[in-house]
Ligand binder design. Structure first.
Ligand SMILES: Nc1ncnc2c1ncn2[C@@H]1O[C@H](COP(=O)(O)OP(=O)(O)O)[C@@H](O)[C@H]1O
Ligand SMILES: O=C(O)[C@@H](O)C(=O)COP(=O)(O)O
Length: 417
């Protein structure tokens, strides 16, 4: 293993694995920390954690566990992947996790770069944009678990950690690798331990990546990985193993309330069987699991969709009636149970939308290892379970994917282009 990474949610980890695979690295995605050794022949392993929206101390514990396993399996560098919209709260979890890993690796500083221009996330003057909107006006300010109300990543991160936060301005990044290296050395001299880097294009990310060759620890969204494989002499044009896919029944499980997902749900519902899951019905027990299973069984050959995706007003109203955390856990628990039973009943293509939801859904596979297949849309690869069970999956980040994502995913997971 050359590069060892962990992601703070399952969709994010699959997004990173996708970037590394596209850049030519032989990459696997593991759901949680594997019990045994790393898969042989892999140059990069991405451990998917579900640590984004949990207690900071627990997130630190899980992240240190992943770091220890990756190091024990030979990783030369550790990469901590978080969301390109920097999903976190004033108490964590990005700051506390970065701080803890810096300490165990005894690293002077770590770069912080959530930019992912391919999906419209750019960072300029320390501020994060989603397309032409500041993060705090992008819809992310109303996220159900991590409302992002401040677009200044330096200020937001500084609330999460006592470590000194610095800034690498765009002019330096644009100037290229040697300027970046000098600026990082100066930042270390000033005692800065977490340095937020501007990046507005893939070229910026590649220049940043090239300047991180000697860094023991790097943090960022998947864009920061674009330039890392080249540091190991790996080029993108390398042949990748064929993706076989799985031809059995498909089901879509969407607990994502992001804007992009809600549009994708609307489009898919126009000509596919679909059923909404009502938050109150989940909480008061009037929604029966059996009825949902009957629904997907009835439509098993037409790729049915079950979704709790709802607009911000409906989510806020439901959260006002129930505890936010308990509501999230109950809905995620329901999706996990649906995925488990669907797989048991022979569904082989599982498409999950939303980071937390995907974590719950994929979590039913235990400590599985997944191979990376073709890209469905930027940031979302087709995944295939390694081993004997024929299961293919897509774990879609909330705001990723074109409006026709679900139909495309159903086709691609069957191994059809
Ligand atoms: N109708 C709903 N009302 C309230 N919370 C919901 C509803 N549907 C889903 N949720 C919860 O909101 C969270 C959505 O997060 P996630 O799955 O990461 O997707 P996204 O970040 O794209 O919205 C999950 O914890 C999910 O269980
Ligand atoms: O970096 C990203 O934007 C994604 O990989 C990601 O982590 C998104 O998370 P969810 O929107 O919660 O799926």
């Amino acid at each position: 293993m050359l590069l060892g990474a962990f992601g703070d949610d399952f969709t994010g980890a699959s997004d990173l694995a996708n970037t590394l695979a596209r850049a030519g690295m032989r990459t696997s995605l593991t759901l949680g920390v594997p019990a045994g050794p790393a898969p042989a022949d892999d140059e990069a392993v991405v451990v998917a954690l579900k640590s984004r929206s949990i207690d900071p101390a627990e997130a630190v514990r899980l992240s240190l566990g992943a770091t220890a396993w990756l190091k024990a399996n030979g990783a030369r560098q550790i990469l901590f992947k978080y969301c390109s919209t920097f999903d976190s709260t004033p108490s964590g979890n990005i700051g506390p996790v970065a701080e803890a890993v810096l300490a165990v690796l005894d690293a002077p500083l770590a770069l912080v770069c959530p930019a992912f221009p391919g999906t419209g996330r750019t960072l300029y003057q320390g501020h994060l944009f989603v397309h032409d909107r500041l993060l705090s006006e992008s819809g992310m300010e109303r996220h159900p678990l991590t409302p992002m109300t401040d677009p200044d990543i330096r200020r937001w991160l500084q609330r999460q950690t006592p470590l000194k936060v610095g800034h690498l301005p765009h002019a330096v990044v644009r100037d290229g690798t040697s300027s970046i290296r000098s600026a990082l050395a100066e930042a270390a001299g000033r005692g800065e331990r977490l340095v937020v880097a501007d990046a507005t294009s893939n070229d910026d990310l590649i220049a940043l990546g090239a300047s991180l060759r000697d860094h023991a620890f790097i943090t960022g969204a998947s864009g920061i990985a674009m330039g890392l494989p080249a540091n190991y002499g790996i080029a993108p044009d390398r042949a990748t193993p064929a993706f076989v896919g799985a031809e059995g029944p498909a089901v879509i499980l969407s607990g994502s309330c992001s804007q992009a997902t809600r549009r994708q749900v609307d489009i898919y519902a126009q000509d596919h069987p679909h059923r909404a899951i009502d938050a109150d019905a989940v909480m008061n027990g009037s929604l029966k699991l059996d009825a949902l299973i009957d629904f997907i069984e009835t439509h098993r050959n037409a790729a049915p969709m079950l979704y709790s995706s709802a607009d911000p007003e409906a989510v806020a109203a439901a959260q006002a009636r129930h505890s936010r955390q308990v509501l999230a856990e109950r809905i995620e628990g329901l999706f996990a149970e649906l995925a488990r039973i669907a797989i048991e009943r022979g569904f082989t293509r599982i498409i999950a939308a939303g980071g937390e939801t995907s974590g719950a859904v994929a979590g039913t596979l235990g400590n599985a290892v997944l191979a990376i297949g073709p890209e469905i849309d930027p940031g979302v690869p087709a995944l295939q379970l390694r081993g004997t069970k024929p299961v293919a999956m897509a774990l879609k980040s909330g705001n990723f994917g074109a409006p026709d994502f679900f139909a495309k995913a159903v086709t691609l997971l069957a191994g059809k282009a």
